[in-house]
Write a protein of this length. Structure first.
Length: 252
């Protein structure tokens, strides 16, 4: 009864902690940290299937007061066994386990381990593994049972976190797109106001140029130096406005 209560407590802690974040990395770290503490392991890792659904990739690895000098590497023969047989695995003494041909490094660094497939909707999406007990004793069947239970919940939490993160990213993209749209609208308004004001600026010197010219050409006014100065002055003003417009165009 007490074991069942403890299991429920651990599962609840993992679910509550994972529910506080939409970041998949944080979710994986929380699952791993809680599991390491629950089974009192030195080291743990979560391996998830890669995009091609064939290769297991170590997505996150974490130690808990680990005495290991180097990061342990579990050969593909062990994780492959878990995937192929679709069940959890316990190795109480790796050096004497005849099922696997372990490397000397593995035999040196790894004494005992437990692995469990991570399930989601009837499919394996990864492997959860724990290495070496902190008290140097081998893992026992109860540890493997607990790991298997956590793995089932981990699959749901991982997928939920992935969906939440995807939803958050899409929402964020929509917000950014909306902001960009608002910026474009504001730029369009500024551009419209600019050309409206500029058209008025062009109209004034053009009027002061064309008016006197029409009167001079119609013979309604005598040819005078003052009239030519007025035309020349406003033509220069118009030229300056055109130069400013070209400068703005080059800056874009």
């Amino acid at each position: 009864m007490q074991d069942a209560v403890d299991e429920l407590k651990i599962l609840n802690e993992i679910a509550v902690a994972a529910g506080r974040t939409v970041d998949i990395d944080q979710t994986l770290k929380l699952i791993l940290n809680k599991t390491i503490n629950a089974v009192k392991a030195e080291h743990g890792a979560i391996l998830l299937l890669s995009e091609n659904k064939e290769v297991l990739k170590t997505f996150i690895r974490q130690s808990n007061e680990s005495k290991l000098r180097k990061t342990p590497h579990i050969g593909v023969h062990i994780t492959g066994w878990v995937r192929l047989n679709k069940k959890s695995l316990i190795i109480k003494d790796l050096s004497n386990d005849r099922r696997f041909k372990s490397t000397e490094e593995e035999k040196k660094n790894i004494k005992s381990l437990i692995c469990s497939p991570i399930w989601f909707e009837g499919k394996i999406i990864g492997v959860l593994q724990m290495i070496n007990k902190k008290d140097h004793t081998p893992f026992i069947d109860n540890d493997l049972t607990l790991l298997s239970i956590i793995s089932v919940q981990a699959g749901q939490l991982i997928k939920n976190s992935e969906l939440q993160q995807l939803s958050y990213e899409k929402k964020r993209e929509a917000e950014i797109a909306k902001l960009e749209f608002e910026k474009l609208k504001e730029l369009d308004r500024i551009k419209t106001n600019f050309f409206t004001n500029l058209s008025h600026e062009f109209r004034t010197p053009l009027t002061l140029i064309l008016g006197p010219l029409e009167r001079l050409m119609g013979g309604k006014e005598n040819y005078s130096k003052e009239k030519l100065k007025l035309i020349y002055k406003n033509a220069n003003s118009l030229l300056k406005l055109i130069d400013q417009l070209l400068d703005l165009s080059s800056i874009d």
